[in-house]
Design a protein. Structure first.
Length: 291
């Protein structure tokens, strides 16, 4: 599996208080989009797919009714959770996290690069509050997706908000927005009008030709179900295992580091996996609930 995406080791978002805090200090799942479910043609046999990732073969999967948030959880929302609970993330507990080389703070002192993917640096002090390491901040990113959160952190947030992480099947159903076997939430072409419709890498990877990093959770038009940024921007944790023999949780959606010259995982069927305690600068999550 290519590991460009996941090596092992402000304004109010969309005009709503998505995961509001109750008087007792717990969160709630108000504002989730209710989806009726149905039969999903899951996966892809396209030449663009990665067979080694288990994208194919295309198979029918029944998806029960469920609800899902329109956007990834924002920095602002995660901060409310931390303020209410005192939660300490895995990155804060371990003392470091993985940061893309081009986003390492000038004040940080990286411990080293990941051998197989040297554009990823192990940065002491990197966390959701300081995603690039000491000296970086999220003060101007309230409406960006929270990053540097592990699956365990995402599950803790979801429990506080009386929700859960989506299954991989639910995530794909929601990401496709009602379209069948299309690689993107809007259809067959990545840029049908010559305009970017998602946040992915621009340049000669791993050397950016411009800005690189997250954008607001509602930066691009939503899909047919009203979900924003289900491809690009950040990978999103799910609750499903990668395979019967690889129990690491699946991540879906690709990120701002995906580029067609190296990593085409900015598609609705693309998938990867990581250990549940791993925190990365391009990984977040969105919330789901039973229908």
């Amino acid at each position: 599996m290519s590991s460009c995406c996941s090596p092992s080791a402000g304004r109010e978002p969309v005009g709503r208080p998505p995961h509001a805090v109750r008087p007792d200090g717990t969160g709630c799942t108000s504002g989730l989009i209710e989806l009726s479910g149905g039969t999903l043609l899951m996966g892809s046999d396209s030449p663009e797919a990665y067979p080694q990732d288990g994208e194919g073969p295309v198979r029918e999967v029944d998806v029960a009714p469920f609800a899902i948030s329109a956007t990834a959880v924002t920095v602002q929302e995660f901060a409310a959770f931390v303020d209410a609970t005192g939660h300490v993330t895995d990155a804060e507990h371990f003392g470091d996290a993985l940061v893309f080389a081009g986003l390492v703070s000038p004040d940080a002192q990286p411990r080293g690069a990941v051998a197989a993917t040297p554009w990823w640096h192990v940065v002491p002090g990197a966390s959701w509050r300081h995603p690039g390491g000491p000296g970086s901040t999220v003060e101007d990113r309230a409406d960006h997706p929270v990053t540097q959160v592990s699956q365990r952190d995402a599950n803790a947030y979801a429990a506080w908000a009386s929700g859960r992480l989506p299954t991989e099947q639910e995530w794909e159903w929601a990401s496709r927005g009602g379209l069948v076997q299309q690689p993107f939430p809007w259809g067959a072409e990545r840029e049908p009008d010559g305009t970017a419709r998602m946040n992915t890498f621009v340049g000669d990877f791993p050397d950016p030709a411009g800005a690189v990093g997250t954008v607001p959770v509602d930066a691009f038009a939503p899909n047919g179900y009203g979900l924003f940024n289900t491809t690009g921007n950040v990978w999103e944790w799910t609750s499903s295992p990668f395979s019967a023999w690889d129990r690491r949780p699946v991540l879906r959606g690709g990120s701002y580091l995906c580029h067609d010259s190296y990593c085409r995982r900015y598609r609705t069927s693309a998938r990867t996996a990581n250990t549940p305690d791993t925190a990365l600068g391009h990984t977040g999550f969105r919330l789901a609930a039973n229908g």
